[in-house]
Design a protein around this ligand. Sequence first.
Ligand SMILES: [Zn+2]
Length: 298
Amino acid sequence: MKKSPIFSLVLLILLLASGLLISKWFGGSPPTTYRFDQNRAYRDIEMQLSFGARTPGSQAHQQTIDYIVEQTRQAGWQVELHHTQRLGHPITNVIVKRPNPGAPQIILGAHYDSRFFSDQDPNPSVHDQPVPGANDGASGVAVLLELARSLSPDLPIDIWLVFFDAEDQGNIPGWDWILGSRAFVEEIPINPAAVVILDMIGDADLNIYLERNSNPQVASQIWETARKLGFEEYFIPQYKYSILDDHIPFLERGFAAVDIIDFDYPYWHTRNDTLDKVSADSLGIVGQTIHDWLSRYE
Ligand SMILES: [Zn+2]
């Protein structure tokens, strides 16, 4: 997916115009010292894959919950397990908080489950096997874990990191998509100023387009942050897909939610969604962008 020169010029004009509209938000100078540790985040993907496919009810699924709890508690966050059930299945969302009463609440989310079936694989004989989920699942979790280790505790926001269960089991009898995030929104009292979902953001060939259901104001803040960091070829300010993801339950309740997803991933729901398809650089691009967006949030 390449941009044409004419498109780039139009894009530049649009971005300059949108920059004027959100100039208040960009009043502060960008943080210069922080570097998102993309290699440590990459090791979080390796760790999740070492457990195996994190399908609901599996040992790997429980090990992932334990790992998220351990890593975020070590980094000094409050951790709660939200246990519930949907369609007869147990659901565990991991809620990680750094409370700051009175400050705007920001929720960052990622799903940690992996899909039971690789039903998009070109080889039909492996459709009954689980998706390894290096990108689809593990990448978003990895960026949230590294943010948990490295975000300043002094940010003037009430930040939650939520690791959603059971996002990825739609079109399977007895299951549905986004069960964990729906249960979270229905059962946990929240009032977020912004919600950002990270899903499939580790592709070594990173192309993140604007997603059509997402809140345009929050999306433009994030894409503008990426542009200022020099990441405009990865955060492409052009609409492409309309995705059913963990941002939808928040949008349905009127919250400003955005899905950051690279859906141009040929290994989606295949047995080839493996470690060699993701890169530390991509985790760094997304992690640095989210960090800098949060750091300038007022
Ligand atoms: Zn998926």
